[in-house]
Design a protein around this ligand. Structure first.
Ligand code: HAM
Length: 441
């Protein structure tokens, strides 16, 4: 019997099982290690500047009651009507992966009695948010936000301070941006203004898109945000909310602008900026990158005052607040588009090369001695050939390579190679850290 042939036949008969590789959900992404340099830089800058201005970090849960956002962001907004990742959990609670964090900050402020702390309570946060939006460049279903919230002060300088901080953060990151700013006054004047707006757009009802027709009754302010064809022309003659502002809102707005002028924040007045969330009043703003993408650039961030939210959620009447959030992916995109150079935070100085098993074992200790002395060292313990290891040392820009072989382990020595000149010397392994330190000075 020819066994080889029989075995081959069996192989042919059993088709190889195709394994389906699990894939990312649409609109979700892995932030790959290559991108980490950007994220680390952004996080370093935001943490430092938030601290400089006495904003303290709050870490909020990702899952919240659905009603928290329905009440604060508001029914009739895109986020609530279309984009919530909500579900009923095992305890029959209606819960949602948070679409934003301002409502959570307001909930936490009330829940922990922060009204009894010195006001305003200044907090910052960073973390993933979830919106079931239509994915496209710069728009994801899971995205990260960094946010600042100051609860408990109605002073216009707080509005300005938050905008100034955004400016400083983005400037330090090397980005060119412009702030668009508007005031949407009080809920009372907004109701009057909305009636006027509806009356104006009703004249052109036939020209409006289906979505904009719905907005006429459901959320007229959003008509101003419409990107539908022909709307830009219609908007030109539309009534502008600034003409409806009450004296207090007007004065507040003027003060905010004065402070921004003082700090030379580049802003444009945008009478049609209304934002897509219901809790705002008075100051609203958005941050746009200037150097690319033109008119349809994705906003890097946005925010405004929300003086009614704490009360709406059951907190003390009239507790004012102001805040903003930036999208981290959008900052990264802008940094890439604007070709921002990242500071090289960890340039490898020393590369450790080993040959043979004993050298690997001893090498673990050598590597650790350099690391604990704060000397940036790299290695390739998984490689065997010296040539390959030296190539890596060169590629990573190391100034010095350490070479440890069987003989050196036995002698208690190690070879130091100057990567530029190629010169080598054999030194006592107990003194290698001190010798290399001197060479690197
Ligand atoms: P927002 O304008 O909805 O405001 O979001 C702020 C920023 O988050 C946007 O400017 C954008 O950079 C980023 N962002 C939003 N949606 C997406 C998405 N689908 N993909 C990628 N990035 C996105 C808020 O969330 C308010 N809570 C801001 C605030 C804080 N207002 C007062 N305090």
């Amino acid at each position: 019997m020819p066994p080889k042939k029989a075995a081959k036949k069996v192989e042919e008969e059993v088709p190889k099982k195709k394994i389906k590789v699990p894939q990312l959900l649409r609109g979700f992404r892995d932030i790959m290690p290559e991108e980490e340099l950007y994220w680390a830089r952004i996080e370093e800058v935001i943490t430092r500047i938030a601290q400089d201005y006495s904003f303290n970090r709050i870490r909020l849960p990702i899952l919240e009651q659905t009603s928290l956002f329905e009440r604060s962001v508001g029914k009739g907004t895109d986020i609530i009507d279309k984009e919530m990742f909500s579900f009923v959990d095992q305890s029959n609670n209606k819960v949602v992966l948070r679409p934003e964090a301002t409502a959570s900050v307001a909930r936490a402020y009330i829940e922990h009695g922060m009204i009894d702390r010195p006001q305003p309570v200044k907090m910052w946060y960073e973390g993933p948010m979830f919106r079931h939006d239509r994915p496209q460049a710069g728009r994801y279903r899971q995205f990260w936000q960094f946010g600042l919230e100051a609860v408990g002060s109605k002073e216009p300088i707080i509005d300005a301070q938050i905008i100034i901080m955004c400016h400083q953060i983005l400037k330090e990151l090397g980005l060119e941006v412009v702030f668009q700013i508007n005031s949407i006054g009080t809920p009372e004047i907004r109701r009057e203004y909305e009636m006027e707006l509806v009356a104006y757009f009703k004249q052109f009802r036939k020209q409006l898109s289906d979505i904009d027709k719905k907005r006429l009754t459901k959320n007229p302010l959003r008509l101003l945000d419409s990107k539908a064809e022909g709307m830009d022309e219609l908007k030109i003659d539309a009534p502008q909310i600034v003409d409806w502002l009450d004296d207090n809102s007007k004065e507040h707005f003027m003060k905010v602008l004065e402070y921004l002028d003082e700090m030379e924040v580049p802003y444009e007045l945008n009478p049609f900026l209304v934002r897509g969330l219901d809790y705002y009043n008075k100051t609203v703003f958005e941050i746009l990158p200037t150097k690319f993408e033109g008119k349809n650039a994705n906003a890097i961030g946005g925010g405004g005052r929300y003086d009614g939210l704490i009360e709406l959620l059951g907190g003390r009447e009239g507790t004012p607040a102001m805040g903003m959030a930036m999208g981290i992916e959008r900052i990264v995109l802008a940094m890439k588009h604007q070709e921002v150079e990242l500071p090289n935070t960890r340039q490898v100085q020393v590369f450790f090369c080993q040959l043979g098993d004993a050298a690997r074992r001893t090498g673990l200790r050598v590597f650790d001695n350099f690391r604990t002395q704060g000397i940036p060292i790299a290695e390739a313990f998984g490689k065997g050939s010296l040539k390959a290891q030296l190539e890596l040392a060169d590629k990573q820009g190391a100034r010095v390579a350490l070479i440890l072989g069987q003989k050196e382990v036995l002698d208690g020595t190690i070879i130091i190679r100057d990567m530029e000149s190629g010169g080598q010397e054999i030194v006592d392994s107990a003194k290698v850290v001190e010798i290399v330190k001197k060479m690197l000075k």
